[in-house]
Ligand binder design. Structure first.
Ligand code: GCO
Length: 264
């Protein structure tokens, strides 16, 4: 009985930005739990085709769609095509995102706008158009990928923090407006994970690398696969009465004030 709660067989999951990194790890988790995947990226068709092969090697049925999540016309066309060619979307994971590390007083407005557009406005655009058929079918799951920066500030990532803070509240408001349609909207807040996005600050000898290992009670960087469980939980029946919640998967960073670096 209990494991059926996490079974995603027969479900269709769209994960934006799922050709690599955390998006791919979470999508792999949903696929291994039985979901059919709709893989999205916007850089190149080759990258999408390569990802589809990787999912295929894991026995996961996956279909690739290249579209720009910040372009509403492309989003409407893609969702229409997906629902005709694959089927109605049961699970939406708004994962596509970027980061720009620049002190605020030096940041160009265009760069600030681009971070907000991809990390905050695109989850709104994609959700707005996916939720329409979820409302008709009286069921659906939406998962917004937040961050430590939904709660904490950090030098040089001001635009990202503004977007991820906003995404936390957008998640709560989506839950407020759509829960009555049996649609559960929640967020996942990854801590510091070993991905290409964190590679610049995780390099051997980089002060931030040691800082994170010291600042994280689990005393390590997260392994992207350690996000699979949270994604499966928030995409499945197991979370049918969970709404507007941000599940932080961070090795304990938000639970502690941290400790001096010379203290074991
Ligand atoms: C940074 C990192 C973070 C992480 C993650 C933490 O520069 O601080 O890239 O943004 O990627 O979002 O939750």
């Amino acid at each position: 009985m209990s494991l059926e709660l996490f079974d995603l067989k027969g479900k269709i999951a769209l994960v934006t930005g799922s050709t690599h990194g955390l998006g791919m790890s979470m999508a792999m988790g949903l696929g291994k739990a039985g979901a059919t995947l709709v893989v999205n990226g916007n850089s190149s068709q080759q990258k999408i085709d390569k990802a589809i092969k990787e999912y295929g090697r894991e026995g996961i049925k996956a279909f690739g769609y290249k579209f720009n999540v910040t372009d509403e016309v492309q989003v409407i066309e893609a969702i229409d095509k997906i629902q005709k060619e694959v089927g109605p979307i049961d699970i939406l994971v708004n994962n596509a995102g970027i980061i720009k590390r620049t002190p605020l007083e030096e940041m160009e407005v265009a760069d600030f706008r681009q971070v907000i557009d991809i990390d905050l406005v695109s989850p709104f655009i994609v959700s707005k158009h996916v939720v329409k058929s979820m409302i008709v079918r009286k069921q659906g799951k939406i998962i917004n990928i937040c961050s430590m920066m939904s709660e904490l500030g950090r030098d040089s990532v001001g635009a990202y923090a503004a977007a991820k803070g906003g995404l936390k509240m957008l998640t709560k408001n989506m839950a407020t407006e759509w829960a009555k349609h049996n649609i559960q909207t929640n967020g996942i807040g990854p801590g510091y994970f070993a991905t290409s996005q964190t590679a610049p600050i995780r390099a051997e000898g980089h002060p931030f690398n040691d800082f994170i290992i010291n600042r994280t009670p689990a005393a390590k960087w997260g392994d992207p696969d350690e996000l699979m469980g949270a994604a499966i939980f928030l995409a499945s029946k197991a979370s049918d009465f969970v709404n507007g919640h941000i599940l932080y998967v961070d090795g304990g960073i938000l639970a502690t004030i941290g400790k001096p670096s010379n203290e074991n």
